[in-house]
Design a binder for this molecule. Structure first.
Ligand SMILES: [Zn+2]
Length: 376
């Protein structure tokens, strides 16, 4: 038997892997950080034999509630990922799987590889509507990519969409793939109409270093980027520093920051009710956006989500709040589940890459419904 995580976004530490019936593993912490929860590893085992994998430090991970009613993902071909029986006893996460091939990959959620990210950027820049802007280097020397979609013009509303500040939330980049496919489809009437009055500024991956390193929540130096928006720095959080500077140049009329939530089995939006500048206008626009999204897809709901901040009590280091306050615009954090949509469960796949893509495409329709009201 052999277990390895020495590849893009790999994360596991092998404590003991001698007996298939009792494999002892641990998840590595994000570099220079206490956060951990993302795992991704490859097992060479014995087909037809049950392998029992104990993730021994699951109980002290960043979001222990994330393990309740959670099932791990497995794949033979790294394209099709399916759920496998998983239990959580309050301390350990125990994955039981009888592989029918020699080697299997396991992960917290369907991985979104750095290769695929690069392909996405190169694909997008082929579009006549898309301009690829280099924002600057990350701390590990990767490139921060911004896609500008639509011809910039002063009268057009500026819509910013960022994803994967938390690199382990890979559903956020699957979402972006669906979102961009719809927006860059030159035979899609809503997309074409949207681009008449709006320009999109899209960052499909806010945290490429953390993604490659197999982190859950932080960048190369252990910084949680979604707490850096009050005062980002080139030393600690260049990813946010570049994006906020670019926002300052363009202005922002609507901002969507795409994430995954470990614990809640629902898709939901978290608004900026707690920012000092929160207005009736932004509230009404936000409600309309939610109503439209509800009418488009049963994957969205408004019953479950985070507690709404009281007026003036927003955390202004968080991206959506910071941007809403600075630009006096409508802004949301969009959350998708790691587990499943409990309103529409799927025992074999749970919440998936495909569903994230479809949700991203549907959000384009919802933006279309408010696209002419973002500037008044
Ligand atoms: Zn997140």
């Amino acid at each position: 038997m052999f277990i390895t995580a020495q590849f893009d976004s790999g994360n596991i530490e092998v404590i003991e892997a001698n007996k298939a019936s009792s494999i002892q593993l641990a998840i590595r912490q994000d570099n220079q950080s206490d956060f951990y929860q993302w795992f991704h590893f490859k097992l060479y085992g014995e087909p037809g034999v049950e392998h029992v994998m104990h993730i021994t430090n699951a109980g002290q991970s960043a979001y222990p509630d994330g393990w309740k009613d959670y099932s791990a993902l497995a794949s033979y071909d790294r394209e099709n990922w399916f759920r496998v029986p998983t239990e959580y006893n309050g301390k350990e996460l125990v994955i039981r799987h009888t592989p029918d091939q020699e080697s299997v990959y396991y992960a917290y959620f369907t991985p979104y590889s750095y290769e695929r990210h690069q392909d996405l950027i190169q694909w997008a820049q082929q579009s006549i509507e898309c301009q690829h802007v280099l924002l600057g280097p990350t701390l590990d020397g990767r490139d921060m990519n911004l896609l500008v979609i639509g011809e910039p013009a002063d009268h057009k509303a500026k819509i910013w969409v960022t994803a994967r500040q938390h690199p382990g939330e890979t559903m956020a980049e699957w979402f972006m793939e669906g979102f961009l496919s719809r927006l860059l489809d030159d035979e899609d009437a809503a997309a074409r109409k949207l681009l008449e009055n709006n320009v999109f500024y899209v960052v499909p991956n806010m945290n490429p270093d953390g993604s490659v390193r197999g982190h859950l929540r932080t960048n190369a130096v252990g910084v949680n980027l979604n707490r850096e928006w009050a005062e980002p720095s080139l030393e600690k959080s260049p990813e946010v520093f570049y994006v906020l500077n670019a926002m300052q140049e363009t202005g922002v009329d609507f901002y969507l920051d795409v994430h995954g939530d470990e614990a809640l089995p629902y898709n939901f939006l978290a608004g900026c009710e707690g920012v000092p500048s929160y207005s009736e206008r932004n509230h009404a626009l936000g409600e309309k956006f939610k109503q439209v999204l509800l009418s488009i897809t049963p994957e969205f709901q408004v019953e479950y989500g985070y507690e709404v901040d009281k007026p003036g009590e927003a955390n202004l280091t968080v991206a959506s709040n910071a941007v809403s306050e600075r630009f006096n615009c409508l802004a949301f954090t969009l959350e998708m589940p790691f587990k499943d949509n409990a309103n529409l469960p799927d025992a074999d796949f749970g919440w998936s890459a495909n569903r994230s893509q479809q949700f991203g495409a549907d959000v384009v329709s919802a933006i279309y419904a408010i696209g002419n009201n973002l500037r008044d």
